[in-house]
Write a protein that binds this ligand. Structure first.
Ligand SMILES: Cc1ncc(COP(=O)(O)O)c(C=O)c1O
Length: 510
C-alpha cells in the first residue's frame, strides 16, 4: 500500500485574487475591431441607467489561466486517477472514444427546433436507443426525457398516479410502499408526486420480508418501489412472490434501475414483474456519474402504461423518424426539449460497441469484483459483513465498521478519510441506513485485480492502524491538499462560499 501518496499541494488563489490587471490572452486585431463594434452596438441598445462601467472580471494572461486550472485539477481526485468504489453511485471508467463521438459537429451543431426532416439521424439514434433499452429492461416502450435517476423516479411515479386516476382510483390509492434499504430519492420522488410513504423494514437476510409486505398492502396501495439487487448488493430472491402480492392488491411495481449494472443480460425487470423501470444512463451506460450532470434517467413501462408516457414520444412511421405529440393521456412534458442528447449518444455507442454479450460480461465482472473484495475483507479485524455474509453479493457489498468503532473509536468516516491518504477514493459511507457504520463498496467492472488488491491492502492497513495507533486514522487525511475538515461547517449552507460575492463577504466578516 502506498501510504507515501502525496497529492500536489498548491496554495492556489481564486482567479479574482490574481494581481494582474489588463492582462489578456490572445488578441486577433481584426477580431478585436469587430468585437468593439458589436459591443458598441449592444451598448447603444441598453438604457444608460442599466449600464455598468466595469464588470470587475479577472484579467489574466493565458499561461496564468492554464496553470490555475491544471493546479486545481492536480488537487482533485477522479476516476481517471484511480479506484472510485462509491457504492450505489457506480463510478466506473468510461471509454474516452464515446466522449469524442459526443463532441462531433454532427452532434453539437444540432438544434432542438430543427425540422424533423433535417434531424433524421438524431431521431434514429433516440428511437433505436429507446428500443434497445426496452429490450434490455423487458419493457414495452421507453422515454428518454428524464435528466437523472431521481427525475426518472418522479416521472415513473407520475405515470403510476395517472394509471390509478384513469381507473378512477386516484383518490383511494395514496400509499407508496418503499423498503428501508431504498435510496433516499425513492421516498422523495413519491412524496413529490403526492403519495404518502409506507416504510417496509427489511428481513433478517436484508431482503423484503414477504409476510411483512402482505401486512402493509391494502386497497390504498398505489405501488411498491424497489431496486433489485437491493442496496446491500443482494438479489431479492422472492421477487415473483413480491410482484404477485403487490399486483393482487391492485398496486404497480416500480423498479429503481440504478443497480442494473449487476444484472445486464441476466434477468430483466419486466420479466421479474415490474411495470415501470428507470435507468441511470450516467452510471451503467458510459456517462460519468457525478459532478452535477448532465445525466439521463430513461423510463420504461409495460404496455398498459404506454399511453401515459411523457410527450413527445420518438416513433418511426412511413419510413421516417418523428416526434409524436398526439397522446391525450400523457402525463405531459417532464423536460425541456427531448432529454440530454449527449448522454444518449454515449450510451448508444457503448451498447453498440459491446453488444449483448459484452453487456452481459460487464455485469459478470462487476459481480465478480464485488465478491472478490467481499471475500478478501471478510474476517479482517474491525469490519463485519452484516446480512448473511456467506451469501454472494451482486455489484456491491456493504461492510460495517461497528466492531472497529466499539473496539477503538475509529468510525466508518475515519476509515474513509484514511483511504484518501493512500490515493484512493473512499466507498460510500453511512448508506444504506440499515447498516450501522456502513462502508458500501462498489468496485465496478472497470477495475483491475491489481487496483482492487491495492484497495484491499489499504483497508487492511487501516484496520491495523485502528487497533495500534487509532489517532493516526482519526486525524486523517494527512497527505491530501485539504486535510481534516470540519464536516458540519463544510455542509452548512451558511458557511459555504458558493460564489465570489459570498466568499468576499465571508472573508471580510469571518
Ligand atoms: C439506488 C439509487 N437510486 C436512485 C439514484 C438517483 O439517481 P440520480 O443521482 O441520477 O438522481 C441513485 C443515485 O446514486 C441510486 O444509487
Amino acid at each position: 500500500m502506498s501510504t507515501t501518496f502525496r497529492q500536489a499541494r498548491w496554495n492556489e488563489p481564486s482567479l479574482f485574487e490574481y494581481n494582474g490587471r489588463g492582462r489578456i490572452g490572445h488578441v486577433v486585431p481584426e477580431a478585436e475591431k469587430e468585437i468593439k463594434k458589436d459591443l458598441g452596438d449592444i451598448t447603444n441598445l441598453v438604457p444608460a441607467s442599466l449600464l455598468r462601467s466595469s464588470l470587475n472580471l479577472p484579467e489574466l494572461s493565458e499561461v496564468e489561466v492554464v496553470r490555475h486550472y491544471i493546479r486545481l485539477s492536480q488537487t482533485n481526485y477522479c476516476v481517471d486517477l484511480g479506484i472510485y468504489p462509491l457504492g450505489s453511485c457506480t463510478m466506473k471508467y468510461n471509454p474516452k472514444i464515446n466522449d469524442s463521438i459526443v463532441s462531433l459537429d454532427s452532434a453539437t451543431m444540432m438544434h432542438p427546433y430543427q425540422d424533423e426532416s433535417t434531424a433524421q439521424g438524431s431521431l434514429e439514434i433516440m428511437y433505436k436507443l429507446s428500443k434497445w433499452l426496452a429490450s434490455i429492461t423487458g419493457t414495452y416502450r421507453v422515454t428518454l426525457q428524464p435528466a437523472a435517476g431521481a427525475h426518472g423516479e418522479y416521472t415513473g411515479v407520475l405515470i403510476i398516479r395517472a394509471f390509478h386516476r384513469a381507473n378512477k382510483e386516484g383518490d383511494k390509492r395514496t400509499e407508496m410502499i418503499i423498503p428501508d434499504s431504498a435510496h433516499g430519492t425513492n421516498p422523495a420522488s413519491a412524496a413529490m408526486a403526492g403519495f404518502s410513504i409506507v416504510v417496509l423494514p427489511s428481513g433478517k437476510d436484508g431482503c423484503i420480508d414477504v409476510e411483512g409486505l402482505k401486512s402493509v398492502v391494502s386497497e390504498k396501495t398505489a405501488g411498491l418501489m424497489l431496486t433489485n439487487p437491493n442496496t446491500l448488493g443482494i438479489f431479492e430472491k422472492d421477487i415473483r412472490e413480491i410482484a404477485k402480492v403487490v399486483h393482487e392488491a391492485g398496486g404497480l411495481l416500480y423498479y429503481d434501475g440504478a443497480n442494473l449494472n449487476a444484472i445486464l443480460g441476466k434477468v430483466r425487470p419486466g420479466d421479474m414483474g415490474f411495470d415501470v423501470v428507470h435507468l441511470n444512463l450516467h452510471k451503467t451506460f458510459s456517462t460519468p456519474h457525478g459532478g452535477g450532470g448532465p445525466g439521463s434517467g430513461p423510463v420504461g413501462v409495460c404496455r398498459a402504461l404506454d399511453r401515459f408516457l411523457p410527450i413527445p414520444v420518438v416513433d418511426y412511421r412511413a419510413g421516417e423518424y418523428c416526434l409524436d405529440y398526439d397522446r391525450p393521456e400523457s402525463i405531459g412534458k417532464v423536460k425541456g426539449y427531448y432529454g440530454n442528447f449527449g448522454v444518449f449518444l454515449r450510451s448508444f455507442a457503448y451498447i453498440l460497441s459491446l453488444g449483448s454479450e459484452g453487456l452481459e460480461e460487464t455485469s459478470e465482472i462487476a459481480t465478480l469484483n464485488a465478491n472478490y473484495i467481499a471475500k478478501k475483507l471478510l474476517g479482517v479485524r474491525g469490519y463485519a459483513l452484516p446480512y448473511d455474509p456467506g451469501k454472494p453479493r451482486k455489484h456491491e457489498c456493504v461492510f460495517s465498521a461497528t466492531p472497529m468503532a466499539s473496539d477503538t473509536g475509529v468510525r466508518a468516516l475515519n476509515v474513509a478519510k484514511r483511504l484518501l491518504d493512500s490515493g484512493m477514493h473512499p466507498p460510500t459511507n453511512y448508506f444504506p441506513q440499515i447498516v450501522d457504520e456502513a462502508l458500501m463498496i462498489e468496485p465496478t467492472d472497470t477495475e483491475t485485480k491489481e487496483e482492487m488488491d491495492r484497495f484491499i491492502d489499504a483497508m487492511k492497513q487501516i484496520s491495523e492502524e485502528a487497533y495500534n495507533t487509532p489517532q493516526t486514522v482519526m486525524s486523517s487525511p494527512h497527505n491530501t491538499t485539504v486535510t481534516k475538515i470540519d464536516e458540519v461547517k463544510a455542509a452548512h449552507p451558511k458557511t459555504m462560499a458558493l460564489s465570489w460575492k459570498m466568499y468576499k463577504q465571508q472573508k471580510s466578516n469571518p
